[in-house]
Design a protein. Structure first.
Length: 430
């Protein structure tokens, strides 16, 4: 493919992304002559309400039901939704009762990930369209069951990899795929930040929180604020750590830029060095993913290091034969191989949560699947899960794409499926 002059490319792409954004918002769920899409939310925490507000911002949506096992979360969210849309949604503690809400057409799933699979499959069986937050599942076998269910029921599904709506990532991807930096030799991905620690003392959960139901099919650990609301992300049994919770966004974006599905092998090394006795997932981690296109290296430090260059603490480096690209949510930088040439910095605003939700609502209207299907979510989730398996078993693991399994490492293969706590039953029967 003929390479395009950089300035011409950027000018053309900026015009194109502005036009696409305008078109997408204009084509969002059109209510002319029809009722608003009756939508519900499972999981009324921080990001669940971000998704609800995005849906209301896009328009053409009525939130008719909310579900949460914390009665305070439920009441506060119902109050907020009532102020935003003028009508109060019904509230439920049980997701099964929630799914029986008369007239319900679509559901946003924003529970902790150990609950995703059961809720997702139940919603499909009710004939609902789904916007499901990442990661797709807690374990890889759950993901397989969810992919199979999505194919069986044929509903519209969008997984919450909002970085695919980043105009910076979209432009960098197009620039790279047009061959402007030559053959890609390596990619490096990182998110360094300072994790907030909460009280780790075992204690009674808040009176409004049904902790047994919150834990559900996952192991029931003694409650403490460090593994409760929001902070569960760094607990191995619930969120499975920084790479799985936050880093997954950039791993998904990297895979999308490179046009890859799954790596052939994964190696990981790290540990808990500063936050010992506070968290159960690594505060320092390095992972080597061996993709067909090139190796991808993930790194994180979450213990509060003073970074030499904070500007690149959150982002992706793509190293090509003829240049390098750095890209993050709202910026991408061309770093030419020729030392005499100036770096080219492109800053582009983005409302990724709103645009990702707009794409989902447009897909519901057109009945054409959006960008982040269940299968796409499965790949990106499985990649980071393989990294944590490699970390746990302290060995290199190999992935067979055809059979969708770990080969030559029985101990690692056992971690593809977690045993459910009774009375819940794992949805994967393979």
């Amino acid at each position: 493919m003929e390479k395009m002059n950089r300035r011409k490319f950027i000018g053309t792409t900026v015009a194109g992304t502005v036009a696409m954004t305008t078109m997408l918002r204009g084509a969002s769920y059109n209510t002319t002559g029809k009722s608003r899409l009756k939508t519900g939310l499972i999981g009324c925490g921080w990001y669940g309400m971000v998704d609800v507000k995005a849906a209301l911002k896009v328009g053409g949506v009525e939130i008719i039901a909310l579900c949460d096992i914390d009665s305070e979360h439920l009441k506060n969210s119902a109050d907020e939704v009532e102020k935003l849309q003028g009508s109060r949604p019904k509230t439920f503690k049980s997701y099964k009762e929630f799914l029986d809400t008369p007239g319900l057409e679509a559901v946003i799933i924003a529970s902790p990930p150990h609950w995703h699979a059961l809720m997702f499959i139940a919603a499909l069986e009710k004939g609902l369209d789904i916007y499901c937050e990442k990661p797709l599942a807690y374990d890889i076998s759950e993901g397989k069951a969810m992919v199979a269910a999505a194919k069986k029921h044929g509903r519209i599904v969008q997984i919450g990899f909002q970085r695919r709506q980043s105009k910076a990532i979209q432009q960098a991807r197009q620039y790279i795929q047009q061959g402007n930096i030559g053959r890609i030799i390596q990619a490096e991905v990182q998110i360094h930040y300072t994790a907030e620690m909460r009280d780790t003392t075992p204690q009674e959960p808040p009176a409004t929180l049904d902790w047994d139901s919150w834990c559900g099919p996952a192991p029931k650990l003694p409650y403490c604020p460090q593994i409760g609301h929001f902070a569960w992300r760094l607990e191995k049994e619930y969120g499975h750590g920084h790479l799985v919770d936050w880093g997954i966004h950039l791993i998904d974006a990297t895979r999308w830029i490179l046009g890859q599905t799954m790596p052939r092998s994964v190696q990981a090394a790290g540990g808990i060095y500063l936050f010992r006795d506070k968290i159960t997932t690594p505060d320092i981690l390095t992972v080597h993913f061996d993709f067909d296109a090139c190796p991808v290296i993930w790194r994180h430090r979450i213990w509060g290091a003073q970074e030499y260059n904070p500007e690149v603490s959150n982002g992706i480096f793509i190293y090509g034969e003829n240049g390098t690209i750095f890209v993050t949510d709202r910026k991408w930088i061309i770093i030419p191989k020729d030392k005499d040439k100036q770096r080219e910095v492109n800053e582009i605003p983005a409302d990724m949560a709103t645009e990702h939700m707009a794409e989902f609502l447009q897909a519901v209207q057109t009945r054409k699947q959006p960008l982040c299907t269940t299968e796409e979510g499965y790949y990106s989730t499985s990649i980071v899960k393989l990294a944590m398996i490699a970390y746990d078993v302290e060995s290199k693991i190999s992935w067979n794409q055809e059979s969708q399994t770990i080969t030559g490492n029985p101990r690692a293969a056992e971690l593809l499926k977690r045993k459910y706590r009774q009375p819940w039953k794992h949805p994967y029967n393979g």
